[in-house]
Design a protein around this ligand. Structure first.
Ligand SMILES: [Zn+2]
Length: 448
């Protein structure tokens, strides 16, 4: 098995924390030359229970807010006997920590190595503080060499924001320190990062991996034509990793076709870091059990849900000392499935359904926008840019034509019929010539 190559040696022995006790588990895996990905469930759950209890003790001893919440929930000591009991630990809501820098801090402020902010699209930002050990020791401790085949022969172009939020720097650290991969830090939308320069750099250095958002992968592909750069000839990627915005599998497949390489989804957040990633089967995301414990709850009753039940994704970080997130309500919707994946990875599979506030109600049924997008993207004459506009319970789809000889009237009729046939929904369709492109998060859903 390929070893993980830390180019900079960060020695966990030199850093003391409540996470020390987990070192033995990862050392054993290294000695057996296996990763957590294919471990039998019981072994992984033993580790997770130990990590959760370590985290509970850490927050109990070092954070007044967490301790008060646990005591109020009836905890006399900071531990649980089995993973099922995690449901008795209080949930953490975004509103409680929004705009508050210290509420969840569990270390002396002098220990903070990096502060990240969420984009704050819905209210005040959430501040997350990472210690240096969080960033360079614990975040890199669990290895997922099946899910990340990258090595020091790869060149990874990272087209994600480096400002404020975690994604750019998080992927940079992962690729540099875990795989020894060289990085092209393209960023996304910064004044140093115009699209032509980004494409040129990828061409010059023969990037093999691109990490970016679905909409930016579409924009780069589109703009490459304008700048005379041919994908598959001038830039020959082996893989694109998509994160930051969700999208449907048909959108993903269209990007695969355009770029001529595999495209995989990655799910993470600035608050919780890595959460789940797609394997080669592209049938859901394997939960990164070394870093997080994922639960699904009913967002209304807060009761835990079983496999296959759709609800809100709740995340507990397992390897954090600065600001552990314990039963954090992500606001994202999805469901879990026991892994029966032919890739051999035994970690549960998460299916994402998007943000709670973006669910569309049509004819009394709730739809994930990815679900509707999936059918829209089946139409090859439609571009990757579209808007879903909800007004008075009716859906209007704005789309752009893509490499087609159909007239606008013909395309409009085709889209309307396709959506009605495939989805059973009548919608308005408007053909647009220039839907706005963005360097930021693509906004495709409008509620009027
Ligand atoms: Zn798999």
């Amino acid at each position: 098995m390929r070893a993980q190559s830390h180019k900079m040696t960060v020695n966990i022995d030199e850093h003391a924390s409540h996470l020390m006790q987990l070192k033995a588990f990862f050392n054993e895996l290294d000695e057996a030359r296996i990763t957590i990905e294919k471990l039998p469930r019981e072994k992984r759950e033993q580790y997770q229970l130990q990590a959760i209890n370590g985290t509970l003790e850490h927050i109990w001893n070092n954070n007044a807010f967490y301790r008060a919440a646990l005591e109020e929930a009836g905890f006399k000591q900071p531990s649980i006997d089995n993973l099922g009991q995690l449901a008795s630990v209080p949930l953490l809501k975004k509103d409680v920590i929004r705009g508050d820098k210290t509420k969840l801090l569990c270390v002396d402020p002098k220990e903070i190595g990096q502060v990240h902010l969420t984009s704050g699209t819905s209210g005040k930002p959430i501040y997350t503080s990472y210690t240096l050990a969080d960033q360079y020791v614990y975040d890199l401790l669990p290895k997922y060499l099946e899910l990340f085949p990258e090595t020091d022969s790869d060149i990874a172009a990272i087209a994600l924001p480096y400002e404020f939020a975690l994604p750019g720097l998080g992927f940079q650290r992962l690729f540099q320190f875990a795989f020894g991969t060289a990085i092209l830090s393209l960023g996304k939308g910064g004044y140093m990062a115009p699209i032509d320069k980004s494409l040129e750099l990828m061409k010059e250095y023969q990037a093999t991996v691109l990490v970016t958002t679905p909409s930016y992968a579409a924009l780069l592909a589109e703009e490459s034509e304008r700048f005379g750069i041919e994908l598959g000839r001038d830039i020959c990627l082996r893989r694109i990793v998509l994160t930051g915005e969700g999208c449907s599998s048909t959108f993903r497949q269209r990007l695969e076709k355009w770029w001529g390489c595999e495209v995989s989804f990655f799910y993470g957040s600035t608050e919780c870091g890595v959460i789940a990633v797609e394997c080669k089967q592209h049938n859901g995301y394997h939960v990164m059990d070394g870093h997080v414990k994922v639960e699904i709850i009913d967002p209304r009753t807060e009761a835990p849900l079983g496999y296959h039940d759709i609800g809100e994704i709740v995340v507990t970080t397992l390897l954090r000392e600065g600001m552990p997130m314990v039963r954090y309500r992500s606001g994202d919707i999805g469901y879990l499935q026991k892994s029966q994946c032919s890739c051999g990875i035994t970690m549960d599979v998460l299916h994402l359904r998007g943000r709670m506030e973006n669910m569309l109600t049509l004819d009394g049924n709730e739809y994930s926008p990815f679900f509707i997008e999936h059918f829209l993207m089946e139409i090859p004459e439609v571009s990757l840019w579209y808007h879903f506009i909800m007004s008075k319970g009716r859906l209007t789809i704005e789309v752009e034509p893509f490499r087609t000889t159909l007239t606008d009237e013909q395309l409009e009729a085709k889209v309307r019929k396709h959506m009605s046939d495939r989805l059973g929904i009548d919608c308005n369709v408007e053909i647009k010539r220039s839907l706005p492109r963005t360097f930021g998060k693509a906004n495709r859903i409008y509620m009027q």
